[in-house]
Design a protein. Structure first.
Lengths: 316, 587
């Protein structure tokens, strides 16, 4: 195309070797595969906090599953001679007012507290995801009805609701009823977040493409829309797990949680009220166990949130 | 790069005037985790007072970064790492923030790219214009500012300015917002106006009126203008001087027309060759396959000379084919019920009595500006929406009546490719699964056959087969669009509906995809419905054109007929608005 007409004096051409031409739209295959979850996993593995929180969580899980590995003292064996005794031989953290071993009761309480946390989380996730997904994806009157139901549940603070339910069913206080009472009012936040996420994903071109292919609505929801919407749900359930453990303690502390015969951190803290002045260690040690557990799950939630948010990753 | 500063070749003409802006050896880098990534590398140029200069380049060439560096508005971690930006005797590269604030707005105006996000939606227009005036010391708060704001809007070409002042951005169309932004940019009669892709989000006819208006205003006030654009035709039409950037460097600069007619650098030659607005004829696919297009040849991969190919093919008389109608659309109407917000619904006719026929193996383009109803037609044909009235017949079958198994069979014969390369692929599906999805959905072949077909399709769209295990975010826009095409072709459809399929791509990539589509058409005897807002592209790909306006087809004819002898006023207007259409290339 270049002709031989002389160029005007202001016409500048850079030498070719300075900016060698690259083929248009050249495919460069990087060494590693990359999508949201692969990138998040890679990111998480590079963070110290992930290992710290992860180690604590694993330790707590092992304690909860195999408490007998950590103590040989029966938490229900109480010796009134040792009432409010300080740390001593065989009793690492001392004894309660009733003369039970504090350390042993903390170890055995872990299982109860964590069970409540996990059961509530599973329950909330299942109800929240199903309702949020159906409402967001199908829209219309289905959405209107489900969202209003969610609003009703959302308008009642779940702790308050759980207090009412637990006092009504005082005869059936166990891990399952307590989890149900907490979970039944905690799901709307999950449903709302997922619904919002789905509303933005369901109009993506790849969803339209799948429709034009003849993929059924339900398959589109399960195969395309849900996987692309659940990231924020993963984050809030991790943090929510910590919230559920706290809720158990709160309810037990208020005397409407687990029955007084079960061992849980909430019950320990509740029982310690009476000796707050005389023997604060009754209160302090279970509280520390609770705080460390909650902190570990919250930090894990933070790590996961950062990893699943590409913008937050870029900022670091 | 020590020699670059030495040959600041475009330092003005023999006139002894001092340049308004003199950039020498500018380097800009972005700090990332892996260190400083250079974005602009040893750039030199000057702008004389009152001169209009355009920087042209593809995305990522550093053109916007250069513009932002001038006014000290580099995004994120961007930083000027070397060189000088002399504006009226002040070095802006080393100036303090305070000094920069004085220059910004006052001496250098800026018109941003996206009129939708650059006005604050919660403040009324009047406040935003007055704020600029007061901040630049051009008016005192109160009555004075208001009066001057009215003048600014009037100058920007907005009627009823006093009333407009009280309105909010959402009450303005895109074109009107851009007028407001131009008004704000010019409100303090700066010496230089930087316009960063000021009209790329607007329809062509709106673009033309706005640029005409801008040219008038700046000529009157003697303002120098620095245009940033990806559109070579637009740049050449609007600017006296052209700067072509590639990979952070200037590869060629000089008088616009001369660069267009006599491009020297191979990259500029590529750009000129691929610019659709400058090309003249359809890429002919009917007579012989376009295998001669260079995009597969590894040595000169990417050099798709659309003009040359089109010319070459035009000389071959196309094989006369018996035309069998593939899609017949008759009196198609779609009425939407729009919520007016007062518990009332208003009918809105998006598609109004549209009729056209597409013959098998040909391409029909549906052209129109935003809101003309063209995409709705596509959705109706694809049966993603139900038509209000009228009929669509595909290969003799009435689409409206199809259900269940028959509908699935129709879907198999007709596949879409959408506009947004970033939205059209599921980010969590790897490329192989994405392309295989049609096969899995329609239960074609076993796992092994499907895999083989995926690799074959990747090969067909000129992508390496190793990509099958990779995810969409590892690909560029053009490559994603190739994947979308491969997926659309998986079931060996007869009809492909391309809804703005190349609109979001850089010109060179766009030319490549168009060539690919053309080749696939002749190879597989595909029928295309090509939906676009860009008339320039139409000329390259379509056999027939339907021009849509406000839901109606206003003109329908063979492509050459429409371009050579447009009958309707609206079509003429659209044609005249193609930037650079009037520039003659010396080929």
């Amino acid at each position: 195309m270049p002709s031989n007409t002389p160029l005007s004096p202001t016409h500048f051409v850079a030498p070719l070797d300075e900016t060698p031409l690259v083929a248009v739209d050249k495919v460069s295959i990087s060494e590693r595969k990359s999508n949201l979850y692969l990138d998040a996993w890679r990111d998480v593995r590079g963070r110290v906090l992930f290992y710290v929180a992860g180690a604590v969580i694993i330790l707590i899980l092992v304690v909860a599953l195999f408490p007998s590995l950590f103590t040989s003292i029966d938490p229900k064996y109480c010796n009134l001679d040792l009432s409010n005794a300080g740390p001593g031989a065989g009793h690492l953290l001392g004894s309660t007012f009733q003369g039970c071993d504090i350390y042993s009761r903390i170890i055995y309480g872990a299982g109860t507290s964590l069970s409540v946390g996990f059961i509530v989380t599973v329950l909330v996730t299942i109800i929240g995801v199903v309702i949020g997904a159906v409402a967001g994806f199908y829209g219309g009157w289905v959405d209107a009805v489900l969202s209003r139901i969610g609003d009703i549940f959302f308008s009642i603070p779940y702790i308050l609701a759980a207090v009412v339910i637990m006092s009504l069913f005082a005869a059936y206080r166990n891990v399952w009823t307590l989890s149900l009472a907490i979970g039944i009012f905690a799901w709307p936040s999950v449903a709302r977040i997922l619904r919002g996420q789905i509303l933005s994903v369901k109009n993506a071109d790849y969803v339209t493409s799948a429709t034009a292919l003849g993929v059924s609505r339900f398959k589109i929801l399960v195969k395309h829309v849900l996987p692309n919407s659940v990231a924020p749900v993963i984050v809030i359930t991790t943090i929510g797990l910590a919230g559920a453990i706290v809720a158990e303690s709160t309810l037990s502390f208020l005397g409407v949680g687990l029955g007084s015969d079960s061992i849980s951190w909430g019950n320990e803290i509740s029982n310690a009220q009476t000796q707050l002045r005389t023997d604060p260690s009754n209160l302090i040690y279970p509280s520390i166990a609770l705080s460390i557990t909650v902190l570990a799950f919250i930090l894990m939630g933070e790590v996961v949130r950062d990893a699943l948010d590409p913008k937050a990753r870029a900022r670091r | 790069m020590s020699d670059t500063s030495a040959r600041a070749t475009i330092s003005g003409s023999s006139l002894a005037a001092t340049p308004l802006l003199e950039i020498s050896n500018l380097n800009v880098g972005f700090t990332t985790q892996r260190g400083v990534v250079p974005a602009v590398n040893g750039v030199n140029f000057t702008i004389m007072p009152g001169e209009t200069v355009a920087i042209v380049g593809e995305s990522g060439s550093g053109k916007s970064t250069t513009a932002h560096a001038i006014i000290g508005l580099l995004p994120g971690t961007g930083k000027v790492t070397g060189g000088q930006i002399l504006f009226d005797g002040i070095d802006l590269a080393t100036a303090t923030e305070k000094k920069l604030e004085e220059v910004r707005g006052n001496l250098i105006g800026f018109v941003p790219q996206d009129p939708m996000s650059n006005l604050n939606p919660v403040l009324n227009i009047g406040f935003q214009v007055q704020e600029t005036l007061v901040a630049n010391g051009k008016a005192t708060r109160g009555k004075d500012a208001k009066a001057k704001a009215i003048t600014v809007l009037q100058q920007a070409g907005l009627g009823d300015a006093e009333h407009r002042l009280r309105q909010y951005p959402h009450q303005f169309s895109g074109g009107m917002r851009q007028r407001v932004l131009i008004g704000i940019g010019l409100s303090s009669t700066p010496k230089l106006l930087i316009a960063d892709e000021p009209t790329s989000a607007l329809d062509v006819t709106v673009q033309r009126t706005i640029l005409d208006h801008l040219a008038g205003l700046t000529r009157e006030a003697g303002t120098a203008v620095l245009f940033i654009t990806h559109d070579l035709g637009l740049a050449a039409e609007r600017a006296e001087k052209l700067i072509v950037m590639y990979k952070g460097k200037i590869v060629e600069s000089g008088p616009s027309v001369e660069i267009l007619q006599n491009p020297q650098h191979p990259y500029t030659q590529r750009l000129v060759a691929a610019a659709p607005s400058l090309a003249s004829r359809r890429i002919q696919s009917s007579s012989r396959p376009l295998a001669t297009l260079d995009y597969v040849a590894p040595s000169i991969a990417g050099d798709v000379d659309l003009i040359a190919t089109a010319e070459a093919h035009a000389e071959h008389t196309p094989v006369t084919k018996t035309l069998v109608p593939s899609i017949v659309v008759k009196d198609l109407t779609k009425v939407f019920q729009i919520n007016t917000g007062k518990l009332q619904r208003q009918p809105f006719t998006a598609v109004d009595q549209v009729s056209f026929t597409i013959a098998k193996g040909t391409t029909t383009a549906l052209v129109g500006e935003s809101g003309s109803g063209k995409s709705t037609v596509a959705r109706l044909i694809l049966k993603l929406d139900e038509a209000t009235s009228g009929s669509i017949t595909v290969d003799g079958e009435d689409v409206a009546k199809l259900k269940g198994r028959e509908l699935l069979a129709l879907r198999r014969r007709m596949q879409p490719v959408f506009q947004d390369p970033f939205g059209s692929l599921d980010p969590l599906y790897n490329i192989g699964s994405t392309i295989a999805e049609p096969l899995v959905t329609h239960k074609v072949g076993g796992r092994k056959e499907q895999r083989a077909r995926v690799l074959e399709l990747l090969d067909q769209v000129a992508l390496p087969t190793a990509l099958a295990d990779r995810y969409p975010n590892e690909l560029s826009g053009g490559q994603r669009q190739r994947v979308a095409i491969a997926r659309a072709l998986a079931l060996k459809p007869d009809i492909v509906i391309l809804d703005e399929a190349v609109s979001a791509l850089d010109v060179l990539v766009q030319a490549q995809i168009l060539a690919l589509l053309s080749e696939l058409q002749s190879e597989l005897d595909l029928t295309y419905l090509f939906i676009t807002h860009d008339l320039a592209v139409v000329r390259l790909v379509a056999d027939n054109v339907c021009v849509m306006q406000k839901g109606k087809i206003v003109e329908a004819a063979a492509t050459d007929e429409v371009f050579g002898n447009p009958k309707q006023e609206y079509t003429k207007e659209l044609l005249a608005a193609i930037p650079g259409a009037g520039i003659q290339l010396a080929v």
